[in-house]
Design a protein around this ligand. Structure first.
Ligand code: F6P
Length: 341
């Protein structure tokens, strides 16, 4: 059999680990051939490929990003896009696809599966917001990057007796903020799922200063104040209808200064959270996902996504992962709240 492999959406550490595992097991155990599609769904749409043999994947496990490139191309938003993909797959003799992506990329895979394209999905996103899998790879790396930043910010904030707001990624789900905030000992954590009160934040900041420490406020880019709106950097929509966020950190710093009189600065971690080498956890998870994805394909279990359930790799219907986002459970947030202030 001949497979096309693609990575779509925002890149994340661990993508290369999946590609490597799919190709290594596919060649060694099943004698399959692979073609790399460049830049997400743009690859099969425009016939952009690269060789994906044993040589192409040598040494890529510790490398961040994706050797295939990525994009947010949505073939369902392009006239004749889906037909073009089907035609290109036929022309190139590709029997099936391994699609590695988040909500958007796997949403396309779900629709293509319904149209009869043979596809297996692999979940990735630093946001950890895909349903029906306990974790996605990339999340652990980005949380560790954020925690390292928070640890560093504690010492400089303390030296200058100022508050520091750390804005992390997370449009609709606050997983990165929650985990990095707990691990980094944040003064409070603000997530998109629960609107926050600036008065409460100011009170936590004051009480932290009163205890003799400098506050660190961790906020997700999609967090919303009770008396305001989500802060949008750029109104332009991408092919999946997303705006560009960021700005809530700066806005909150001004509010804190106004309400407490304490100097407050903001650090926006941005794409640093998506770059660089994956953690050992993400290397192992991405490797296991890749191995199980090619096995699912070998067994003809099309339309499935590999998923982490506890410590086992399960197979779930693609649609069950992309239908709705996995948001932070209020009970988990309540655990973090014990440490606010
Ligand atoms: O979906 C992953 C993610 O990193 C989000 O957390 C973030 O909002 C978005 O991608 C940023 O996307 P881009 O790099 O395309 O601006």
């Amino acid at each position: 059999m001949r497979f096309g492999v693609l990575t779509g959406g925002g890149d994340c550490p661990g993508l290369n680990g999946v590609i490597r595992a799919v190709v290594r097991k596919g060649i060694r155990d099943y004698g399959y051939e692979f073609v790399g599609f460049r830049d997400g769904w743009k690859g099969p749409l425009e016939g952009l490929t690269m060789p994906l043999d044993r040589n192409a994947i040598r040494g890529i496990l510790p490398r961040g990003g994706t050797i295939l490139g990525s994009s947010r191309t949505n073939p369902f938003k392009i006239d004749g896009g889906v037909e073009k993909i089907q035609e290109n797959l036929k022309k190139m003799g590709i029997d099936a696809l391994i699609a590695i992506g988040g909500e958007d990329t796997l949403g396309v895979a779900t629709k293509l599966d319904a149209l009869g394209v043979k596809v297996i999905g692999v979940p990735k996103t630093i946001d950890n917001d895909l349903s029906n899998t306990d974790y996605t790879f990339g999340f652990d790396t980005s949380v560790n990057i954020a925690v390292d930043a928070i640890d560093r910010l504690h010492t400089t904030a303390g030296s200058h007796h100022r508050a520091l707001v750390v804005e992390v990624m997370g449009r609709h789900a606050g997983w990165i903020a929650l985990h990095s905030g707990i691990a980094g000992g944040a003064t409070c954590i603000l997530i998109p799922e629960i609107k926050f009160s600036t008065d409460k934040v100011a009170a936590w900041v004051n009480s932290r200063f009163e205890d003799g420490f400098a506050p660190i406020i961790v906020i997700a880019e999609g967090a919303i104040p009770q008396d305001g709106d989500m802060k949008i950097k750029d109104q332009t929509l991408d092919a999946f209808g997303h705006v560009k966020l960021s700005g809530i950190g700066d806005w909150l710093a001004q509010e804190i200064e106004a309400k407490t009189g304490k100097e407050t600065r903001t650090v926006v971690l941005g794409h640093i959270q998506r770059g660089g080498s994956p953690t050992a956890f993400d290397r192992v998870l991405s490797t296991r996902f890749g191995l199980h994805a090619i096995t699912a394909a070998h067994e003809g279990d099309w339309g499935k996504m590999v998923a982490l359930h506890g410590t086992n790799i399960a197979r779930v219907p693609l649609a069950s992962a992309t239908g709705e986002l996995k948001l932070v459970d209020p009970a988990l947030y309540a655990e973090a709240e014990v440490f606010f202030g």
